[in-house]
Design a protein around this ligand. Structure first.
Ligand code: 8OZ
Length: 362
């Protein structure tokens, strides 16, 4: 029997992936001035080119979508040119790279917003916690609720971001619907108290996610578009009164597009500590008919178990890809893994970014 494992090739839409290992989108806060990616980022991604698929880090589709220092954007000509450096380098080395399209919504601060404005959100509810500003951490402010008439502009920002990603040479895009950012804020009822057609019922709360997905698939074709969700996640002060119903509906509604994939961030222990409810991956596997990517603490054995039992089609790795640029080779040889240094995850330069050793050199 030929059991599926991490090294089985996979046909993702019309893309041929040489293995089932996905580099998860990872915020590293190393874009240059103007939130423009450059050679440093091109080197980092190129080092990780043996992944079956790279999903590049969360990238804001508009200035208002910014929530952290030095995250890249995809709304200016300079950002498109910077990303072109990255995609050209990855392609020259034989890789495949998607871009994650992002708007942080309320997870921002006036210090990061155009003209010092309030961040926007579905409803005027401040998250608990602090925003990462240029001057360090500051308490979150109460965001401004978007007017119904402004929502089409948000959809157009994603559409333009998708067009810019195409121009920048990516192989596809992932809609960031996870981790408490704008689309997730609309989806869950802890953050969405709207009384218009974007709030109230689950259908209404999912409307923005689906409209954005529609717009992005119109640019790319659905076979080059994925969506990421975090059904059990509590990060960024997220809660929902009925996550099984909310995310069950979202997974089924996404079937209409014929997407490249659905990418799930699975429950972590902290979610349960913060009052989250686990939405089992099997529950969404039963409802979403396309390719499923899972993410959340997988090692080699756990990955091969989830793939061989067809509980998922691909596995995404975050921390392991930060610390091991040649993770596929290490897994193939059952070689030791480099430990990750969390102190260099967010911000800084080459250290902890492009200096993790390859196997032959370590
Ligand atoms: C960690 C720090 C900043 C942003 C996410 C884009 O959680 C992020 C992120 C993670 O999806």
């Amino acid at each position: 029997m030929n059991e599926v494992n991490l090294f089985s090739p996979y046909k993702l839409g019309d893309l041929e992936l040489p293995n089932r290992m996905v580099m998860a989108p990872l915020t590293r806060n190393r874009a240059g001035d103007g939130n423009v990616p450059g050679q440093l980022n091109a080197t980092y991604y190129t080092q990780r080119v043996s992944a079956g698929l790279i999903i590049a880090e969360a990238t804001q589709v508009s200035p208002e979508g910014l929530g952290y220092p030095a995250t890249p954007g995809i709304h200016s000509a300079a950002q498109v040119a910077g990303w072109k450096l990255v995609t050209d380098a990855v392609h020259q080395h034989g890789g495949r790279i998607f871009l994650q399209l992002w708007h942080v919504g309320r997870i921002s601060h006036p210090d990061l917003q155009p003209d010092g404005a309030l961040p926007v959100a579905p409803s005027a509810i401040a998250p608990k916690g602090e925003a990462a500003t240029y001057e360090g951490m500051k308490p979150f402010v109460t965001p401004r609720a978007l007017e119904t008439s402004e929502i089409p502009l948000i959809v157009e920002q994603y559409r333009q971001g998708a067009k810019n990603a195409l121009e920048a040479g990516f192989d596809g895009v992932e809609v960031h619907g996870a981790n408490g950012y704008l689309l997730d804020q609309f989806l869950r009822d802890g953050t969405n108290k709207r009384t218009d057609e974007y709030g109230g019922s689950i259908e209404n709360r999912a409307r923005l996610l689906l409209e954005v997905t529609q717009a992005v698939t119109e640019v790319w074709g659905a076979g080059r578009v994925g969506v990421r969700l975090s059904p059990s996640g509590t990060f960024n002060d997220m809660h929902d009164s009925d996550p099984l119903a909310t995310f069950g509906y979202a997974a089924e509604a996404l079937n209409r597009f014929g997407l490249a994939y659905l990418h799930l961030i699975e429950v972590v222990e902290a979610d349960l500590r913060h009052g989250g409810t686990e939405v089992p991956t099997s529950y969404l596997r039963d409802r979403f008919t396309g390719t499923l990517i899972v993410n959340g603490g997988y090692d080699l054995d756990k990955s091969n178990a989830v793939l061989s039992s067809h509980k998922a089609d691909l596995v995404a790795f975050g921390t392991l890809f930060i610390a091991n640029p040649d993770l596929p080779q290490r897994f193939a040889l059952n070689a030791p893994l480099n430990p990750a240094d969390p102190s260099t995850f967010y911000g800084g330069g080459e250290k902890g970014y492009i200096d993790y050793p390859f196997l032959a050199a370590s």
